[in-house]
Design a protein around this ligand. Structure first.
Ligand code: MN
Length: 144
């Protein structure tokens, strides 16, 4: 069964980009618009990974991350925080709130997908005890 990713994002354009990207990579996409609904969906749906915007109406992405990571039943779910403002100090706030990784908008889709795959592998390793290495073929040619 394909992995389920919860996207918490208030901008329709960004949701459309992420929906297209994630579906094309064979993930199931759940979407919420507010931080409150994002926390509720995490509790209800137990997704495999969460992409969390920082700037949300009401409860912001940092506080939503803090609530999810404060719940022992949910804290294993990787949260990748997304922000438009690279120099705002959001990265510090996001890591203090307990997020696992941090990316900036506009999205570098290749990089974002690689990060998602990295954290899904780590989550699976943590829950199933599988070896993290070896199953994904690496580039065969040299990268300079
Ligand atoms: Mn936003």
């Amino acid at each position: 069964m394909s992995k389920r990713i919860l996207v918490v994002e208030d901008q329709e354009d960004n949701r459309r980009i992420l929906r297209y990207l994630l579906r094309s990579a064979d993930y199931q996409v759940l979407e919420e618009i507010t931080g409150e609904d994002g926390v509720a969906a995490a509790e209800r749906e137990r997704p495999d990974l969460i992409l969390m915007d920082i700037q949300l109406p009401g409860l912001d992405g940092c506080e939503a991350t803090r609530r999810i990571k404060g719940n022992p039943a949910l804290r294993h779910i990787p949260i990748i925080v997304v922000t438009s403002y690279a120099l705002s100090g959001d990265d510090v706030r996001a890591f203090e709130a307990g997020c696992d990784a941090y990316v900036t908008k506009p999205f570098d889709l290749h990089q974002l997908l690689a990060k998602i795959q990295e954290y899904l592998r780590e989550a699976r390793t943590a829950t199933c005890g599988e070896s993290a290495g070896g199953e994904i073929p690496e580039d065969r040619h040299d990268n300079h």
